[in-house]
Design a protein around this ligand. Sequence first.
Ligand code: F6R
Length: 242
Amino acid sequence: MKIIKVKDYQEMSQKAAELIIAQVKKNPKLVLGLATGSTPEGLYKNLIEDHRSNGTTYKQVTTCNLDEYIGLPKEDHNSYYAFMKGHLFDHIDVLAENTNLPSGEKEDRSAECAAYEALIHEAGGIDVQVLGIGGNGHIGFNEPGTPFDSLTHIIELDASTREANARFFNSLEEVPTQAITMGIQTIMSAKEIVLLASGTAKVEAISKLLSGEITEAFPASCLHQHPNVTIIVDEAALNENK
Ligand code: F6R
């Protein structure tokens, strides 16, 4: 596990963007695993900026997002589909047909989970997976207790996750109770993983992660078993702010 310590959110976002841009340039057909939430917003801004200024192209890139809420229509501004369109896809030259998120709207949920696994497999597997981390150590929406051998599945969101995400909704009641998420094994199958963490809300999660203990009670700890993980973490998340 490689740890890159950075000063703040801005530097975290820049470093993450540099890493992704270098990979896209090296392999124009990159399969990129993406996350939503506040953490990668700055990364996406930097990718858009670089696309506009330097012309980095995503025409052959395939993207696979980690997760989606169950029960929110795609058009809802809180769906992760809408998030990705608004924060990245509409502003770079990635082809809409090459952008993928699991669907939270399918009636046959287990068929959708299997189809998403198959889609990733057919794309050739994820080359680089971007992750944030939940305060409880979740990656994707794999909440504490999720088996390390899990594939894409439906999960009940933890109360703490719903509370953390309530900031985007009008009320806590509006936050969906379930999500569809890549499993831990799906994430671990990525060739390279980049986890981003910024801010004091992540201090406990980062300290647990860096303690090195590997347990399903703390999902992100699985990353210690992966051969190519980079953590880009700022001083606030490391509790190093003076
Ligand atoms: C989002 C995701 C989640 C978030 C995590 C942190 O697709 O999979 O694991 O990365 O909940 O969220 P933020 O970045 O909003 O603190």
